[in-house]
Design a protein around this ligand. Structure first.
Ligand code: 6LW
Length: 502
């Protein structure tokens, strides 16, 4: 990591290292390689995993939860499902511990020898109601699971905030070895959560998120001589927050630390890039950012003056000719294999599938940029739609059926059809672009098509209606293709391009 007090061309303070809906980052290092996981909520496969050599440039290796037996996607509604995993490595085995918030909130652990997978079936630890589990081992190889306990019986009388609790677990036998113990109550801000424990020198450090994952979000730290406390708070808590500042990256928090091979430490954290008039709207979800850590008086101090290399090329074209789908592809509420398969004439064939959670299965990809264009070449012989989705109640799509393309939107309880056009030919390209805002929103979304008569725009929407500030929840925009009728739809190819530098 090059450190500089000058602002680089691409500066880690304002530019995510993993742009798009990749929240709650957790990172571990094995030798020269870093591995990072993120929350995935209702989308399957679950828990994207990235690899890096320098913490600044990341490549997606795969997804951790690739089988229905690991994550039954159809059960999970918007912003439910898989929350805040932690990745750790011990003696040749990778562990990911996370929460499926269905079934009252289950803490589970999966393991793998190769982080690209396959990952094991989950071990579930019942009776630990909460979120954001962490795994760590003490000097005697005893394993501790530390988590944000939502169980009211663990709170002080009259307490309204969650607490940080801990249990010793036996991963081989899949059992917990004691009742949960409260080890930390936070510094008094809302929602103490996202705990991670680290050993450095004589101290155990407990890093937490506080303030809630909105504008007040913050990173706090406490330390103890023992893994189970008692912990003392840092005098400078919160050690990192952008609350009440004009910084373009807001909601910063939910961090994880990692020691580099040279003994320096780095931090990954989540942040958002709101745009438009007050209150500011963020649309691509909570993204992964990088900072460096200095240690002062044995306390971590966060510095965001890290230079990033030239912008990675995240444009892509996919004609689905590869033997397996790229790991970028996900679907809300259904496994991809349940409705997408190779088409004999090339491209993909999509079946219509309405999941029990109300989210229709859709071949989906996370939006990575603030301005972008997405094109899908499709056959006109079967109904197919291209949807920009924030959640099931906030979306806008261009739908092609019977030779006509119609733009449809749903904003909460309101549904509208702001335009339509004829589509000519056997195959057309459905197009959507996110461009500069015309109404003080974060952006404009415009929907159209390209056919034998050329390119034309059908309708546009103020992007704020597909923002987290309007829809609520924890996720960002995805771009989804789905079949509309009983005849399978055919997607020939897709193309995603960022529009301009950010
Ligand atoms: C996650 C919590 C949080 O479990 O958001 O930002 C929740 N922090 O720690 C969902 O991502």
């Amino acid at each position: 990591m090059t450190e500089s007090s000058a602002v680089g061309i691409r500066d880690a303070a304002t530019t995510p290292v993993i742009p798009g809906f990749f929240p709650d980052p957790s990172v571990c290092r094995v030798g020269e390689d870093y591995y990072l996981v993120n929350s995935s909520f209702e989308y399957a496969p679950g828990i994207p995993i990235h690899l890096s050599r320098d913490l600044r440039t990341w490549t997606q290796l795969g997804n951790v939860l690739t089988r229905e037996s690991q994550f039954p996607a159809g059960e999970s509604g918007a912003s439910r499902g898989i929350y805040a995993p932690t990745i750790r490595h011990l003696d040749g085995t990778f562990f990911v511990v996370g929460t499926n918030v269905e079934h009252g909130g289950e803490q589970f652990v999966v393991a793998a020898a190769d982080p690209a997978g396959p990952w094991s079936e989950p071990i579930v630890f019942p009776g630990l109601g909460g979120i954001d589990p962490d795994l760590t081992w003490d000097e005697d190889d005893r394993c501790f699971l530390t988590y944000c306990a939502l169980d009211e019986t663990l709170r002080p009388a009259g307490g309204t905030l969650p607490v940080i609790a801990q249990v010793r677990v036996d991963l081989e036998r899949g059992i917990r070895l004691e009742e949960p113990r409260v080890i930390w109550r936070g510094s008094g801000l809302a929602h103490p959560e996202g705990p991670h424990l680290y050993r450095r020198g004589e101290w155990w450090y407990l890093l937490t998120a506080e303030g809630g994952t909105e504008r007040g979000h913050a990173v706090c730290v406490a330390r103890s001589r023992a893994i189970d406390g008692p912990f003392e708070p840092a005098p400078s808590n919160p050690i990192f927050s952008r609350r009440s500042t004009g910084h373009p990256v807001q909601n910063t928090g939910h961090a994880d630390l990692v020691e580099r091979p040279d003994g320096e430490w780095a931090m990954v954290y989540l942040g958002v890039r709101p745009r438009g008039f007050t209150p500011g709207f963020h649309v691509v979800g909570r993204e992964t950012f990088l900072a460096r850590i200095a240690w002062v008086d044995d306390w971590p101090v966060v510095h965001t003056d890290v230079e990033l290399p030239a912008r990675p090329d995240i444009a892509f074209v996919d004609d689905f000719s590869a033997p397996v789908l790229h790991p970028r592809w996900v679907s809300p509420g259904a496994a991809l294999a349940a409705f997408a398969r190779p088409n004999p004439d090339g491209g993909l064939q999509l079946d219509r599938r309405d999941a029990v959670n109300g989210a229709p299965a859709a071949l989906s990809v996370r939006v990575r940029d603030l301005r972008w264009r997405y094109e899908a070449r499709v056959d006109t012989s079967a109904g197919v739609a291209l949807r920009v989705r924030l959640d099931e109640r906030h979306w806008c799509e261009v739908a092609l059926e019977g030779g006509a393309a119609e733009v449809r939107a749903r904003i909460g309880p309101l549904e509208a059809s702001p335009g339509s056009a004829r589509a000519v030919g056997d195959a057309v390209t459905l197009v959507v672009e996110a461009t500069d805002a015309t109404h003080d929103g974060p952006d404009d979304l415009r929907f159209g098509l390209v056919d034998a008569d050329g390119e034309r725009w059908i309708a546009s929407l103020d992007g704020r209606y597909l923002s987290t500030e309007v829809a609520g929840g924890f996720t960002g925009r995805t771009l989804g293709l789905r079949a509309l009728g009983s005849t399978p739809a055919r997607v020939v190819s897709v193309r995603y391009v960022p529009l301009g530098e950010e």
